[in-house]
Design a protein around this ligand. Structure first.
Ligand code: MF3
Ligand code: CO
Length: 258
């Protein structure tokens, strides 16, 4: 399938859906405290998405090669879990944990996707360094978005920032086009060469999602067939925004707006 360019009206719908999704994320972030279970976060997220008039797009989602449909509304990936951790009623957050919260919603037909990594209680200096640099890498990648730029410009900017911070850069997972479906073309890798790859065009909507570690880049899939964790069990962080390519730059769609 080719890249699906969105009209201004379609981007406007994604902007409204993304704003609502960001509102849900704000509630999840303030709820993620020591002693709260990831299952509780999942239940809250599903309720808030439905109250916002949307549907949790991860629930029941299938990816090629995986037998089971995704069983929850959000992903909660704790410590050495990189992405796609499955929320559990009996899995409590504890002070010192870092947890990636990844949420996606379909609203009036259009999908937006975002993730943050939050520290629970008091976290170690190295964990804070990992989370901070991965968040910065997302901002720096977004700043490379404009019509005429190449996907490699985003990839390179993200990779350089993560490497400068001494972090491992996940290579086997990537960002993606988003809108009609959760995963559309093109792929947005977190490593690459400036000036290379597909040219960005006005009306493209992409999810940029740096994933980094305090150790190596290799990942392993758990027996649950969903949870990816670092092969060396080092801590991992993940941030994601849905971004539209505009006539002169970018518009971050998954933000709380006035
Ligand atoms: N944000 C993640 C991604 O883009 C969420 C996918 S979880 C799934 O890959 F269950 F929906 F697959
Ligand atoms: Co995504």
């Amino acid at each position: 399938m080719a890249v699906r360019i969105k009209t201004e009206q379609e981007i406007a719908l994604m902007r409204e859906g993304g704003k609502r999704l960001a509102g849900v994320m704000a509630r999840l972030k303030e709820t993620a405290l020591p002693g709260v279970s990831t299952g509780t976060l999942d239940e809250l997220a599903e309720r808030l998405m439905r109250e916002a008039g949307g549907d949790p797009v991860f629930k029941g989602y299938r990816i090629p090669g995986v037998e089971t449909a995704y069983p929850a509304s959000i992903c909660t990936s704790i410590n050495d879990e990189v992405v796609h951790g499955i929320p559990q009623k009996n899995r409590m957050l504890a002070s010192g944990d870092i947890v990636g919260i990844d949420i996606g919603m379909r609203w009036r037909g259009f999908v937006t996707d975002m993730a943050v990594t939050v520290g629970i209680g008091c976290i170690a200096p190295d964990a804070l360094r990992l989370v901070t640099a991965t968040r910065e890498a997302l901002d720096i990648g977004i700043a490379a978005v404009r019509p005429g730029a190449k996907i490699g410009d985003i990839s390179h900017a993200v990779e350089q920032h993560l490497k400068k911070a001494g972090l491992g850069v996940i290579r086997d997972l990537a960002g993606h086009g988003v809108g009609h479906e959760l995963h559309e073309e093109p792929l947005i890798p977190n490593f690459g060469h400036a000036g290379k790859g597909m040219e960005l065009r006005e009306g493209m909507a992409i999810a940029i999602e740096p994933m980094a570690t305090l150790g190596g880049w290799r990942i392993a899939l758990d027996d649950d067939e969903w949870t990816f964790r670092t092969a060396d069990r080092s801590l991992a962080a993940h941030f994601e925004h849905t971004v539209a390519v505009t006539s002169d730059g970018y518009d971050v769609l998954t933000l709380i707006r006035a």
